[in-house]
Design a protein around this ligand. Structure first.
Ligand code: ADP
Length: 346
């Protein structure tokens, strides 16, 4: 298990005036499963390739357990990368593909056979050693690719959008497999994804990258409930941004004078809260309760989205459909914003 530390990592591709990665500093804890999340072209793969040694940073440093690895070639870094298109050798069997790296490291035949069959068992492909990649499904090929990487017992496993080519059900299955491999082997894993649900369900911490910079590095719940800025909030689907002012633990705005959680910033001018945390319907005399008008509602399947208005401000709420059903468009509705659901952006 290895701590990976990125220090002010910057990458300009040749001939480019804007860096693809700007001053990224990140500590990936030993044994963690961490997501590098962000939209397409924000620099995620570039960061991964610099860790793997496939690209040299323009400036900055990368340390494994405190030691800089910048001078080490890829094969001596002990960081193995798994790509979206798994690139198996088509003429080799699944077993030969998995054992290839060990063969290159001159392990004995017996060692290789044992390690390969243990790995194939771990990725639930026992008995498929003799199949060629063309005789395996897309998901099975991705399992072989995972086994081929993990059999080398790397210090860090780097996964670049590993499941994005798979359909939704298979993707869930592979995510479960990755979690169980991580639990069994304890390898430090860093995986790139543009899919926030995948990042949230797989990882203990998420590093959110936007336009080449690291915007927030925190557990998933923190990114949802306490976003660092408006862009982070928007990336995670925030819709409600209400202007106003903080005074003595309260936020004064068109919705009223709302009590804030203790940890909220006191200098910010924008209040945010997630639509799913808005409580509607029951009249309350508690703090952070007020009347609004239900402007519209839209059934979305598993949830119903409601548009509400108080004075000049509109905001959104998401409710379970059976709770939203009796609420009538154009009618007044009681709103409660739990103190803990509020957050103030700088
Ligand atoms: P992501 O993995 O987040 O989709 P990348 O790291 O692949 O993003 O790319 C980040 C930016 O760097 C993009 O604007 C991309 O076009 C650019 N880029 C990637 N590879 C190269 C390259 N070899 N030469 C020039 N620009 C590149």
């Amino acid at each position: 298990m290895t701590n990976v530390s990125l220090e002010n990592l910057t990458k300009f591709y040749p001939g480019e005036t804007m860096p693809a990665v700007k001053n990224v500093s990140l500590q990936v804890e030993s044994g963690s499963l961490t997501a590098l999340l962000g939209p397409s072209a924000c620099g995620k793969s570039t960061i991964l390739k610099m860790i793997a040694g496939l690209l040299a940073p323009t400036s900055g440093n990368i340390r494994f357990d405190g030691q800089s690895i910048l001078r080490l070639p890829p094969d001596r870094r002990d960081a193995v990368m798994v790509f979206q298109n798994h690139l198996l050798f088509p003429y080799m069997t699944a077993g030969e593909n998995v054992g290839f790296g060990l063969k290159m490291r001159h392990r004995t035949r017996k060692e290789i056979t044992q390690a390969v069959s243990r790995m194939l068992e771990l990725v639930q492909l026992a008995g498929m050693e003799q199949r060629k990649p063309s005789q395996l499904s897309g998901g099975q090929q991705q399992r072989v690719a995972l086994a081929r990487a993990l059999v080398l017992r790397p210090q860090i496993l780097l996964l670049d959008e590993p499941f994005s080519n798979l359909d939704a059900n298979l993707r869930l299955e592979m995510q479960q497999l990755l979690i169980s491999l991580h639990q069994k082997l304890g390898t430090t894993m860093l995986f790139v994804t543009h899919d926030q649900e995948e990042a949230v369900s797989l990882s203990s911490r998420i590093a959110l990258v936007l336009e080449g910079t690291l915007r927030q590095y925190a557990p998933a719940a923190t990114l949802y409930d306490q976003p660092a800025d408006r862009e982070v909030a928007k990336f995670f689907g925030a819709k409600n941004f209400i202007p106003g002012n903080c005074t003595d633990g309260y936020f004064e705005c068109a919705l009223g004078c709302l009590a804030l959680p203790e940890e909220a910033s006191i200098a910010g001018k924008i209040l945010t809260f997630r639509p799913e945390n808005v409580i509607l319907g029951t009249a309350r005399n508690t703090e952070n309760s007020f009347q609004a008008t239900l402007m519209s509602k839209k059934f979305l399947g598993s949830q119903t989205r409601l548009e509400l208005r108080k004075d000049a401000v509109t905001f959104q709420a998401l409710l379970a459909p059976h709770i939203a059903e009796p609420l009538m468009e154009g009618s007044p509705v009681s709103v409660h914003l739990p103190r803990r659901s509020l957050w103030v952006l700088g």
